[in-house]
Design a protein around this ligand. Structure first.
Ligand SMILES: CCCCCCCCCCCCCCCC(=O)SCCNC(=O)CCNC(=O)[C@H](O)C(C)(C)COP(=O)(O)OP(=O)(O)OC[C@H]1O[C@@H](n2cnc3c(N)ncnc32)[C@H](O)[C@@H]1OP(=O)(O)O
Length: 134
């Protein structure tokens, strides 16, 4: 664990658990699986954590470069979101997010359900791009 007062450093390639969440019945679609849009929203939040830390301020999502639903997600799956910074530009940061589902406590197994690449832009108070690092 970092000391409370020390800034957290992230280098491209470092993978970090940034979010854990369990979908509920209200997040289901007509097939009984979890809505893709719900998963996308969680991935957007998870992907924003490292760029927000790195840029030390406001960020916004500029692009979802790739998004793959590899396996359906079910109510009660424990989802873990791992993020890796893959590129740091002048004002933008690109992140790879992998989502794993831990399911079936009686026969516990872990499945990669989703992966995505997203790009975030550091913005100032007026919503204009600003440099990621000073
Ligand atoms: C404290 C620790 C805990 C942290 C914990 C904090 C949690 C923190 C939570 C925050 C929560 C956020 C997560 C919700 C995120 C939303 O919900 S965001 C909502 C949806 N997004 C929006 O509404 C954005 C709308 N778009 C815009 O406002 C403008 O297009 C932008 C993004 C400011 C960019 O402005 P622009 O003038 O077009 O900028 P431009 O100079 O052309 O490009 C800027 C950069 O973007 C890149 N770019 C542009 N288009 C693309 C593209 N299609 N693909 C890839 N890159 C592109 C450019 O290459 C450039 O990068 P650099 O070369 O400078 O590195």
């Amino acid at each position: 664990m970092p000391q409370e007062s020390s800034p957290v450093q992230h280098k491209p390639g470092d993978r970090e658990l940034v979010l854990r969440v369990m979908p509920m019945p209200a997040d289901s679609n007509a097939n009984g699986d979890i809505f893709g849009g719900w998963i996308m929203a969680q991935v957007d939040i998870a992907g924003s954590i490292l760029p927000a830390r790195l840029s030390r301020g406001r960020i916004t999502t500029v692009a979802v470069n790739e998004f793959i639903f590899k396996q359906p997600v079910s109510v009660g799956d424990l989802l873990s979101f791992y993020a890796t910074i893959t590129r740091v530009g002048r004002t933008s940061v690109t992140v790879h997010v992998e989502v794993f589902a831990e399911r079936d406590p009686e026969n516990l197994h872990v499945v990669k359900v989703t992966e995505a690449n997203l790009t975030y832009v550091a913005i100032d108070r007026d919503g204009k791009p600003r440099q990621v690092t000073a």
